[in-house]
Design a protein around this ligand. Sequence first.
Ligand SMILES: C[S@@+](CC[C@H](N)C(=O)[O-])C[C@H]1O[C@@H](n2cnc3c(N)ncnc32)[C@H](O)[C@@H]1O
Length: 292
Amino acid sequence: MAQSQTLQQPIAARDALQIVGTVKRLSGINVDPNNSGFLRLRVNRRLKELGLTDTDAYIARLNGIHGASEAQFLVESLATHTTDFFRERAHFDFLKTTGLPNLMQLGAGKEWPLVIWSAACSIGSELWTAGIVLHQFCLSTPDRPRWSLLGTDVSRRVLARAANAVFTLEELSGLSEDLRRAYILRSKPESQISAGGTLFRVTPDLRGKARFKWANLVDLEVGFSERADVAFMRNVLIYFKQKEKDAAIQNVLRRIRPGGYLITGHAEAISNLPEDLTQVAPSVYRKACNAK
Ligand SMILES: C[S@@+](CC[C@H](N)C(=O)[O-])C[C@H]1O[C@@H](n2cnc3c(N)ncnc32)[C@H](O)[C@@H]1O
């Protein structure tokens, strides 16, 4: 490829194949290699960050000593991180009215701490929403349930943001005024993550309930010993082909306690339901109480 290639030119087919192959190997994310505008835009943005002017140099970097860390950057660049507080609100209504009462009846919160897992948490909006819903639910019961939140993602960059729990006002637009007042504080300058605009942070009490871990759902390590009562795996299956989808569903399902719930995105219905999983509401599935 010519040295003078401008960043707006298409990426050579063989380079595109290597790039999307790397991303798929590390995350399961399926990107169309056929020089889609998406691929060009994201790769060119990365080239610009690195001060590179052509994809030859970039491929050399991917194959060189910085290859492993660059491959991780590629995943960051090509993953979609769109999220929102109270996105697909019906799921949170279901938890409040049905899911959480059922789980408490089984002993969650009393015999063991109830865990909600946001399995592809992006910058954390889903996880913090679940925390707010759970906290409000606990306030409404005479018991004092024990609970915690777990956030995982394949992107270290968004995971760090989720853990920092700092948001712009726009990112908080899904939260009502009342909930914002109860669970969000104006951020201190040292925790600000970008210049300009006021930033806001989840309260320390809620932050104290959450843990974050890097995880690839398609290839969840044997050592990943977490268990959850509710797993949100929303708006991530759409980026996988069937084989990766099935692997991610099995990996997450194995970590859900008997009687627990798996929640996918509204556009991500599970077609071949595993034996011990039953659909109980739109894109909400329950693991059998007698399952392992
Ligand atoms: C569109 S966001 C969804 C965020 C949130 N679950 C929601 O529904 O609002 C998709 C997230 O999935 C993450 N992701 C993609 N592949 C993944 C994998 N193999 N394992 C874990 N997370 C993954 C991306 O990094 C991204 O943050």
